[in-house]
Design a protein. Structure first.
Length: 411
């Protein structure tokens, strides 16, 4: 099977996902993605006429993010009309899935040069903008599988695992501190580029906007448990609360201990990322240097009420496919949708904290849903090079009880 090499990766800064307040909120998501494509072209010096396809993740594919944002972003970037584009939605794993699908096309031998990536403008197209809820408003499905919001699921995991509020706050604090060090030392500089206002040409944003380096443990401890009120909401046919609906599936749990706060959950942000992948033969023939190879990709499903536990089986599956052990992985990027997600995986697989999200994660940097996975792949490649290490694993929890994992080997 042909090897899929990562030739390069780029990303925008993450802008605050608030309408008219974030640095990227005034930029159409197609334009945001188009600038990402253009920077990838400049950075890699690739002849774009040779690109076989573009695969993009985007979760809320309505309004400005509808109409196949992949293809329209290609056109907005003034790339050749011959380049096709496809948009996909695997919820929070969309960006990683886009890169994985691009790699699969290369590894199969059907394609030679593909771009995978993702985009999400959460300030312009809000979560839930498609009106589909958690289950597409299918009442019959709802009778079979009563899903709950992810925050309830995160607190349920913490309750079952016996992870308390101080532990979550400590992890969140470390995320902020790691991100602050990474920014201060310029660790994101290799992939990060400034986004410009398409109308004026002036720089709109050049730094990640969400990190709060001034965060303290004391401050985190004063934040409210954000999902307690949601958990008490009566939403069932007989007035059952969100918590009660979740506990129908987990009758041995006395009650959900609501421990996640806004400080230990991922931030709502705008952003885009792109990863250029090529076959090893194509790279050699065109003078392209591979930075890393895709060793394995995997997805896994899990129980949909608790929802966020599948990064463990997805990572285990990818490790088996790569012929590796968890201890072989030098750096882990475990998406911080909620602090409990990486904490649970670390417990399950015996991963030391010093290998996990060493440059901070979504708690500090934010989680632009459709783009995050592609951003994390670029981040781990940069960090493997910086530290002269070999293996990285990127994994994300996904709505509906899914997980995705990608193993990278530095060349």
């Amino acid at each position: 099977m042909t090897e899929a090499w990562i030739i390069d990766a780029v990303r925008t800064p993450r802008g605050r996902g608030k309408k008219d307040k974030g640095g990227l909120s005034g930029i159409h998501p197609q334009e945001l993605m188009a600038q990402t494509f253009q920077h990838l072209e400049t950075k890699s010096s690739i002849d774009t006429r040779l690109i076989d396809d573009v695969v993009l993740g985007c979760v809320s594919q309505v309004s400005e993010q509808g109409a196949n944002i992949a293809r329209n972003s290609v056109l907005a970037a003034n790339w050749p009309e011959s380049i096709t584009g496809v948009s996909l939605n695997r919820f929070c794993g969309s960006g990683a899935q886009a890169v994985n699908f691009a790699a699969m096309g290369v590894m199969s031998g059907q394609q030679q040069l593909v771009v995978g990536g993702g985009v999400e403008s959460m300030s312009r197209v809000m979560m839930g903008a498609d009106g589909a809820g958690m289950d597409g408003n299918n009442l019959r499905l709802r009778q079979q599988v009563a899903q709950v919001p992810q925050g309830i699921s995160a607190d349920l995991i913490a309750t079952i695992e016996g992870i308390d509020r101080p532990e979550l706050d400590a992890f969140a604090y470390e995320s902020q501190q790691n991100a602050a060090v990474a920014i201060e030392q310029g660790r994101f500089a290799k992939s990060l580029f400034p986004v410009k206002d398409p109308s004026t040409g002036e720089v709109a944003l050049e730094r990640d906007e969400h990190p709060r380096p001034e965060t303290s443990l004391e401050g985190l401890g004063q934040l409210p448990a954000v999902f307690a009120k949601m958990g008490a909401m009566p939403v069932g046919p007989n007035g059952e609360s969100m918590d009660e609906i979740a506990l129908i599936r987990y009758p041995d749990v006395d009650g959900i201990n609501h421990v996640h706060s806004p400080g230990s959950a991922s931030g709502i942000v705008d952003g885009a990322a792109a990863v250029l992948l090529a076959s090893s033969d194509f790279a050699g023939a065109h003078g392209l240097k591979g930075r890393a190879r895709i060793r394995a990709t995997a997805t896994a499903g899990a129980e949909p009420v608790i929802m966020l536990t599948a990064p463990t089986p997805a990572s285990e599956k990818a490790l088996r496919l790569a012929g590796l052990q968890a201890s072989d992985i030098d750096l882990w990027e475990i998406n911080e949708a909620f602090a409990v997600v990486p904490m649970q995986l670390m417990r399950n697989l015996g991963v030391p904290r010093e290998k996990v999200n060493v440059n901070g994660g979504a708690i500090a940097l934010g989680h632009p849903l459709g783009a995050t996975g592609a951003m994390l792949i670029g981040t781990v490649v940069d960090e493997l090079e910086r530290q002269d290490l070999t293996f990285g694993l990127v994994t994300l929890c996904i709505g509906g009880g899914q997980g995705i994992a990608t193993i990278i080997e530095r060349i």
